[in-house]
Design a binder for this molecule. Structure first.
Ligand SMILES: *Cc1c(COP(=O)(O)O)cnc(C)c1O
Length: 354
Protein backbone atom coordinates (compact mmCIF):
# COMPACT_ATOMS: atom_id res chain seq x y z
CA UNK A 1 0.00 0.00 0.00
CA UNK A 2 1.06 3.59 -0.48
CA UNK A 3 1.82 5.51 2.71
CA UNK A 4 2.77 9.11 2.15
CA UNK A 5 5.39 10.31 4.65
CA UNK A 6 5.67 14.00 5.48
CA UNK A 7 8.52 14.44 7.94
CA UNK A 8 8.52 17.14 10.56
CA UNK A 9 10.89 20.01 9.97
CA UNK A 10 11.10 20.64 13.72
CA UNK A 11 11.95 17.32 15.44
CA UNK A 12 11.61 17.46 19.22
CA UNK A 13 14.41 16.66 21.63
CA UNK A 14 14.06 13.14 23.07
CA UNK A 15 12.93 13.20 26.71
CA UNK A 16 14.94 12.06 29.71
CA UNK A 17 14.00 8.40 30.03
CA UNK A 18 14.04 8.45 33.84
CA UNK A 19 10.90 10.56 34.04
CA UNK A 20 8.56 9.57 31.22
CA UNK A 21 5.35 8.70 33.04
CA UNK A 22 2.53 7.33 30.89
CA UNK A 23 1.09 8.91 27.75
CA UNK A 24 2.21 12.47 28.38
CA UNK A 25 4.96 12.81 25.79
CA UNK A 26 4.37 12.07 22.10
CA UNK A 27 6.73 11.25 19.28
CA UNK A 28 7.32 13.44 16.20
CA UNK A 29 4.76 11.88 13.85
CA UNK A 30 1.33 10.30 13.70
CA UNK A 31 -0.37 8.02 11.21
CA UNK A 32 -3.77 8.92 9.72
CA UNK A 33 -6.02 7.41 7.09
CA UNK A 34 -9.62 8.03 6.10
CA UNK A 35 -12.46 5.72 5.24
CA UNK A 36 -15.53 6.37 3.15
CA UNK A 37 -18.16 3.74 2.60
CA UNK A 38 -18.00 2.42 -0.96
CA UNK A 39 -14.44 3.69 -1.40
CA UNK A 40 -12.65 1.97 1.47
CA UNK A 41 -9.53 3.25 3.23
CA UNK A 42 -7.59 6.06 1.53
CA UNK A 43 -5.03 8.83 2.07
CA UNK A 44 -2.75 6.76 4.31
CA UNK A 45 -0.18 9.21 5.61
CA UNK A 46 2.40 9.80 8.30
CA UNK A 47 2.46 13.47 9.23
CA UNK A 48 3.99 15.64 11.97
CA UNK A 49 2.30 15.01 15.32
CA UNK A 50 -0.12 17.74 16.28
CA UNK A 51 -3.68 18.95 16.62
CA UNK A 52 -6.02 18.28 13.75
CA UNK A 53 -9.42 19.54 12.71
CA UNK A 54 -12.65 17.76 13.38
CA UNK A 55 -16.19 18.80 12.43
CA UNK A 56 -18.31 19.78 15.47
CA UNK A 57 -20.99 17.29 14.37
CA UNK A 58 -18.51 14.42 14.00
CA UNK A 59 -20.06 11.09 15.06
CA UNK A 60 -17.43 10.35 17.68
CA UNK A 61 -18.13 13.56 19.61
CA UNK A 62 -21.82 12.76 20.02
CA UNK A 63 -22.36 9.03 19.81
CA UNK A 64 -19.04 7.69 21.05
CA UNK A 65 -18.11 5.46 18.13
CA UNK A 66 -14.50 4.94 19.07
CA UNK A 67 -12.27 1.91 19.51
CA UNK A 68 -8.60 1.66 20.36
CA UNK A 69 -5.67 -0.63 20.91
CA UNK A 70 -2.59 -0.51 23.08
CA UNK A 71 0.72 -2.23 22.42
CA UNK A 72 4.38 -1.48 22.91
CA UNK A 73 7.62 -1.40 20.96
CA UNK A 74 10.47 -2.72 23.12
CA UNK A 75 14.18 -1.86 22.75
CA UNK A 76 16.34 -4.95 23.14
CA UNK A 77 19.86 -4.96 24.58
CA UNK A 78 21.32 -5.29 21.05
CA UNK A 79 19.53 -2.08 20.03
CA UNK A 80 16.85 -3.75 17.90
CA UNK A 81 13.20 -2.81 18.39
CA UNK A 82 10.44 -5.40 18.55
CA UNK A 83 6.69 -5.66 18.98
CA UNK A 84 4.84 -8.29 21.01
CA UNK A 85 2.09 -10.29 19.23
CA UNK A 86 0.94 -7.31 17.09
CA UNK A 87 -1.34 -9.51 14.98
CA UNK A 88 -3.41 -10.15 18.13
CA UNK A 89 -4.02 -6.41 18.53
CA UNK A 90 -5.01 -6.12 14.88
CA UNK A 91 -7.49 -8.99 15.12
CA UNK A 92 -8.96 -7.60 18.32
CA UNK A 93 -9.32 -4.17 16.76
CA UNK A 94 -11.29 -5.68 13.89
CA UNK A 95 -13.52 -7.50 16.39
CA UNK A 96 -14.09 -4.24 18.25
CA UNK A 97 -14.80 -2.48 14.94
CA UNK A 98 -17.37 -5.11 14.02
CA UNK A 99 -19.21 -4.55 17.31
CA UNK A 100 -19.36 -0.77 16.85
CA UNK A 101 -20.12 -0.87 13.09
CA UNK A 102 -16.78 0.72 12.27
CA UNK A 103 -14.92 -0.48 9.16
CA UNK A 104 -12.48 -3.41 9.10
CA UNK A 105 -8.83 -3.01 8.21
CA UNK A 106 -7.23 -5.84 6.29
CA UNK A 107 -4.80 -7.64 8.66
CA UNK A 108 -1.79 -7.48 6.37
CA UNK A 109 -2.41 -3.83 5.59
CA UNK A 110 -2.74 -3.01 9.30
CA UNK A 111 0.54 -4.80 10.04
CA UNK A 112 2.28 -2.93 7.24
CA UNK A 113 0.97 0.39 8.58
CA UNK A 114 2.07 -0.44 12.12
CA UNK A 115 5.51 -1.52 10.95
CA UNK A 116 6.01 1.53 8.73
CA UNK A 117 4.95 3.85 11.53
CA UNK A 118 7.10 2.18 14.21
CA UNK A 119 10.04 2.17 11.85
CA UNK A 120 9.55 5.92 11.32
CA UNK A 121 9.38 6.57 15.10
CA UNK A 122 11.95 3.93 16.09
CA UNK A 123 14.38 6.45 17.61
CA UNK A 124 11.65 7.31 20.11
CA UNK A 125 11.86 3.83 21.65
CA UNK A 126 13.68 4.45 24.94
CA UNK A 127 16.29 2.02 26.21
CA UNK A 128 16.30 2.48 30.01
CA UNK A 129 15.12 -0.64 31.90
CA UNK A 130 11.35 -1.12 31.82
CA UNK A 131 10.73 1.70 29.34
CA UNK A 132 9.06 1.26 25.95
CA UNK A 133 7.33 3.09 23.12
CA UNK A 134 3.59 2.79 23.75
CA UNK A 135 1.56 2.62 20.53
CA UNK A 136 -2.03 3.74 20.49
CA UNK A 137 -3.94 2.83 17.32
CA UNK A 138 -7.52 4.18 17.36
CA UNK A 139 -10.47 4.51 15.04
CA UNK A 140 -13.54 6.70 15.19
CA UNK A 141 -16.73 7.38 13.31
CA UNK A 142 -16.32 10.70 11.54
CA UNK A 143 -19.53 11.53 9.69
CA UNK A 144 -20.21 15.24 9.64
CA UNK A 145 -23.89 15.02 10.52
CA UNK A 146 -26.00 14.48 13.62
CA UNK A 147 -28.17 11.75 12.12
CA UNK A 148 -27.93 8.49 14.04
CA UNK A 149 -26.96 5.82 11.53
CA UNK A 150 -24.20 3.36 10.72
CA UNK A 151 -20.90 5.09 10.11
CA UNK A 152 -20.10 6.10 6.52
CA UNK A 153 -16.89 7.94 7.24
CA UNK A 154 -14.21 6.92 9.70
CA UNK A 155 -10.67 7.86 10.61
CA UNK A 156 -7.89 5.56 11.77
CA UNK A 157 -4.83 6.92 13.51
CA UNK A 158 -1.76 5.75 15.42
CA UNK A 159 0.12 7.88 17.92
CA UNK A 160 3.20 6.87 19.91
CA UNK A 161 4.36 7.79 23.39
CA UNK A 162 7.61 6.83 25.13
CA UNK A 163 6.56 5.48 28.52
CA UNK A 164 8.42 4.88 31.75
CA UNK A 165 8.80 1.73 33.74
CA UNK A 166 5.49 0.82 35.40
CA UNK A 167 7.38 -0.35 38.45
CA UNK A 168 9.98 2.25 39.27
CA UNK A 169 10.10 1.41 42.96
CA UNK A 170 9.76 -2.36 42.54
CA UNK A 171 6.53 -4.31 42.15
CA UNK A 172 4.14 -3.18 44.84
CA UNK A 173 0.93 -5.16 45.40
CA UNK A 174 -2.16 -2.97 45.09
CA UNK A 175 -5.35 -2.58 47.13
CA UNK A 176 -8.53 -3.41 45.24
CA UNK A 177 -12.16 -2.68 46.08
CA UNK A 178 -14.82 -5.09 44.84
CA UNK A 179 -17.48 -2.94 43.19
CA UNK A 180 -20.97 -3.94 44.19
CA UNK A 181 -22.93 -1.13 42.54
CA UNK A 182 -21.68 0.12 39.16
CA UNK A 183 -20.99 -2.36 36.38
CA UNK A 184 -18.57 -1.98 33.50
CA UNK A 185 -20.33 -3.99 30.82
CA UNK A 186 -23.28 -6.29 30.27
CA UNK A 187 -23.86 -9.41 28.23
CA UNK A 188 -24.81 -8.29 24.72
CA UNK A 189 -23.08 -4.96 25.27
CA UNK A 190 -19.58 -3.84 24.36
CA UNK A 191 -17.50 -5.42 27.15
CA UNK A 192 -15.43 -7.53 24.76
CA UNK A 193 -14.71 -4.55 22.51
CA UNK A 194 -11.89 -2.17 23.38
CA UNK A 195 -13.97 0.98 23.08
CA UNK A 196 -13.76 4.34 24.76
CA UNK A 197 -17.34 4.09 25.99
CA UNK A 198 -16.45 1.24 28.35
CA UNK A 199 -13.95 3.54 30.00
CA UNK A 200 -16.43 6.36 30.33
CA UNK A 201 -18.79 3.96 32.11
CA UNK A 202 -16.02 2.84 34.49
CA UNK A 203 -14.83 6.24 35.65
CA UNK A 204 -17.28 6.77 38.51
CA UNK A 205 -16.50 3.54 40.34
CA UNK A 206 -12.78 4.03 39.77
CA UNK A 207 -12.92 7.50 41.23
CA UNK A 208 -14.91 6.44 44.28
CA UNK A 209 -12.46 3.60 44.94
CA UNK A 210 -9.55 6.02 44.67
CA UNK A 211 -11.15 8.35 47.19
CA UNK A 212 -11.27 5.44 49.63
CA UNK A 213 -7.59 4.68 49.11
CA UNK A 214 -7.92 1.83 46.62
CA UNK A 215 -6.10 1.79 43.33
CA UNK A 216 -8.74 -0.02 41.26
CA UNK A 217 -12.08 -1.80 41.40
CA UNK A 218 -12.81 -5.44 40.80
CA UNK A 219 -15.82 -5.65 38.49
CA UNK A 220 -18.68 -8.09 38.89
CA UNK A 221 -20.87 -9.15 35.97
CA UNK A 222 -23.56 -6.71 34.90
CA UNK A 223 -26.52 -9.08 35.11
CA UNK A 224 -26.31 -10.76 38.53
CA UNK A 225 -23.39 -8.83 40.07
CA UNK A 226 -22.18 -12.24 41.09
CA UNK A 227 -19.32 -13.32 38.84
CA UNK A 228 -15.85 -11.80 38.81
CA UNK A 229 -15.01 -10.07 35.53
CA UNK A 230 -11.96 -7.79 35.47
CA UNK A 231 -9.89 -5.54 37.67
CA UNK A 232 -9.84 -1.90 36.57
CA UNK A 233 -8.78 -2.08 32.94
CA UNK A 234 -6.94 -5.36 33.36
CA UNK A 235 -7.91 -8.99 33.25
CA UNK A 236 -7.71 -10.81 36.56
CA UNK A 237 -6.31 -14.15 37.69
CA UNK A 238 -6.34 -16.03 40.97
CA UNK A 239 -4.56 -19.01 42.44
CA UNK A 240 -7.04 -20.83 44.64
CA UNK A 241 -5.98 -24.03 46.36
CA UNK A 242 -3.38 -24.73 43.68
CA UNK A 243 -5.73 -24.03 40.75
CA UNK A 244 -5.11 -21.01 38.54
CA UNK A 245 -8.48 -19.48 37.71
CA UNK A 246 -9.42 -16.65 35.39
CA UNK A 247 -12.92 -15.58 34.37
CA UNK A 248 -14.07 -17.17 31.10
CA UNK A 249 -14.57 -14.82 28.14
CA UNK A 250 -18.33 -14.58 28.35
CA UNK A 251 -18.71 -11.51 26.13
CA UNK A 252 -18.54 -8.79 28.77
CA UNK A 253 -14.81 -9.32 29.40
CA UNK A 254 -12.05 -7.81 27.27
CA UNK A 255 -9.95 -10.61 25.75
CA UNK A 256 -6.53 -9.40 26.88
CA UNK A 257 -3.40 -10.40 25.03
CA UNK A 258 -1.49 -10.47 28.33
CA UNK A 259 -4.22 -12.75 29.73
CA UNK A 260 -3.87 -15.05 26.74
CA UNK A 261 -0.07 -15.02 27.04
CA UNK A 262 -0.17 -15.80 30.79
CA UNK A 263 -2.45 -18.77 30.11
CA UNK A 264 -0.21 -20.04 27.31
CA UNK A 265 2.97 -19.68 29.40
CA UNK A 266 1.43 -21.48 32.38
CA UNK A 267 -0.08 -24.28 30.28
CA UNK A 268 3.24 -24.83 28.47
CA UNK A 269 4.81 -25.39 31.88
CA UNK A 270 2.21 -27.94 32.94
CA UNK A 271 0.09 -25.74 35.21
CA UNK A 272 -3.64 -26.28 35.26
CA UNK A 273 -5.42 -23.07 34.22
CA UNK A 274 -9.21 -22.91 34.39
CA UNK A 275 -11.14 -20.35 32.36
CA UNK A 276 -14.45 -20.52 34.10
CA UNK A 277 -17.09 -18.61 35.99
CA UNK A 278 -15.83 -17.54 39.41
CA UNK A 279 -18.45 -16.21 41.78
CA UNK A 280 -17.84 -13.61 44.43
CA UNK A 281 -19.12 -16.16 46.98
CA UNK A 282 -16.45 -18.65 45.98
CA UNK A 283 -13.79 -15.95 46.10
CA UNK A 284 -15.00 -14.68 49.47
CA UNK A 285 -14.87 -18.19 50.87
CA UNK A 286 -11.36 -18.70 49.52
CA UNK A 287 -10.30 -15.41 51.09
CA UNK A 288 -11.88 -16.34 54.41
CA UNK A 289 -10.44 -19.86 54.65
CA UNK A 290 -7.01 -18.93 53.35
CA UNK A 291 -7.10 -20.94 50.10
CA UNK A 292 -6.72 -17.80 47.98
CA UNK A 293 -2.99 -18.00 47.43
CA UNK A 294 -2.40 -15.30 44.81
CA UNK A 295 -4.34 -12.70 42.87
CA UNK A 296 -3.11 -10.45 40.06
CA UNK A 297 -4.28 -8.24 37.25
CA UNK A 298 -2.71 -8.50 33.79
CA UNK A 299 -2.50 -6.08 30.88
CA UNK A 300 -0.01 -4.52 28.49
CA UNK A 301 0.83 -1.49 30.65
CA UNK A 302 1.83 -3.27 33.87
CA UNK A 303 2.25 -6.83 32.49
CA UNK A 304 1.12 -8.18 35.87
CA UNK A 305 -0.06 -6.26 38.89
CA UNK A 306 -0.18 -8.26 42.12
CA UNK A 307 -3.21 -7.72 44.36
CA UNK A 308 -2.25 -7.46 48.03
CA UNK A 309 -5.62 -6.55 49.50
CA UNK A 310 -9.25 -7.03 48.49
CA UNK A 311 -12.19 -5.36 50.16
CA UNK A 312 -15.81 -6.42 49.69
CA UNK A 313 -18.77 -4.70 51.34
CA UNK A 314 -16.60 -3.39 54.15
CA UNK A 315 -14.69 -6.62 54.80
CA UNK A 316 -10.97 -6.47 54.11
CA UNK A 317 -8.90 -9.49 53.09
CA UNK A 318 -5.13 -9.65 52.70
CA UNK A 319 -3.75 -11.78 49.87
CA UNK A 320 -0.42 -13.60 50.31
CA UNK A 321 0.52 -11.30 53.25
CA UNK A 322 0.38 -8.35 50.85
CA UNK A 323 3.37 -9.68 48.93
CA UNK A 324 3.83 -10.65 45.30
CA UNK A 325 3.18 -14.38 44.82
CA UNK A 326 5.46 -16.89 43.14
CA UNK A 327 3.30 -17.43 40.00
CA UNK A 328 2.75 -13.68 39.63
CA UNK A 329 6.50 -13.01 39.80
CA UNK A 330 7.21 -15.88 37.40
CA UNK A 331 4.75 -14.53 34.81
CA UNK A 332 6.23 -11.06 35.15
CA UNK A 333 9.77 -12.36 34.63
CA UNK A 334 8.79 -14.57 31.69
CA UNK A 335 6.71 -12.05 29.76
CA UNK A 336 9.01 -9.08 30.31
CA UNK A 337 11.98 -11.35 29.49
CA UNK A 338 10.45 -12.20 26.11
CA UNK A 339 9.29 -8.64 25.43
CA UNK A 340 12.67 -7.03 26.03
CA UNK A 341 14.51 -9.93 24.37
CA UNK A 342 16.28 -11.07 27.53
CA UNK A 343 15.04 -14.64 27.32
CA UNK A 344 14.45 -16.87 24.34
CA UNK A 345 11.06 -16.41 22.66
CA UNK A 346 10.11 -20.06 22.24
CA UNK A 347 6.51 -19.05 21.43
CA UNK A 348 7.37 -16.90 18.40
CA UNK A 349 5.59 -13.90 19.91
CA UNK A 350 8.08 -11.18 19.12
CA UNK A 351 8.06 -9.23 15.88
CA UNK A 352 11.23 -7.29 15.02
CA UNK A 353 10.83 -3.94 13.26
CA UNK A 354 13.52 -2.83 10.80
C1 LIG B 1 -6.80 -3.37 27.18
C2 LIG B 1 -7.60 -3.98 28.28
C3 LIG B 1 -7.18 -5.14 28.95
C4 LIG B 1 -5.83 -5.78 28.75
O1 LIG B 1 -5.57 -6.21 27.46
P1 LIG B 1 -4.07 -6.44 26.98
O2 LIG B 1 -4.22 -6.86 25.57
O3 LIG B 1 -3.52 -7.51 27.84
O4 LIG B 1 -3.35 -5.17 27.16
C5 LIG B 1 -8.04 -5.68 29.88
N1 LIG B 1 -9.22 -5.12 30.17
C6 LIG B 1 -9.64 -3.99 29.56
C7 LIG B 1 -10.95 -3.42 29.92
C8 LIG B 1 -8.84 -3.39 28.60
O5 LIG B 1 -9.27 -2.27 28.00
Amino acid sequence: MNIEIIKTTTPKAKPDSSNLGFGKIFSDHMFIMDYTKGEGWKNARIVPFGRFEIHPASTVLHYGSEIFEGLKAYRRADGEVQLFRPIENIRRMNNSAERLCLPQIDEEMALEILETFVSCEKDWTPSAPGTSLYLRPFMFGNDESLGVHAVHNATFMIIASPVGSYYKEGINPVKIMIEAEDVRAVRGGTGYAKCGGNYAASNRAGERAEQKGYSQVLWLDGVERKYIEEVGAMNVMFKINGEIVTPALTGSILPGITRKSCIEVLKSEGYKVSERLLSIDELEEAMANGTLEEAWGCGTAAVVSPIGELSYKGKVFTVNNGEIGQITQHLYDTLTGIQWGKIEDSFGWTYPVK
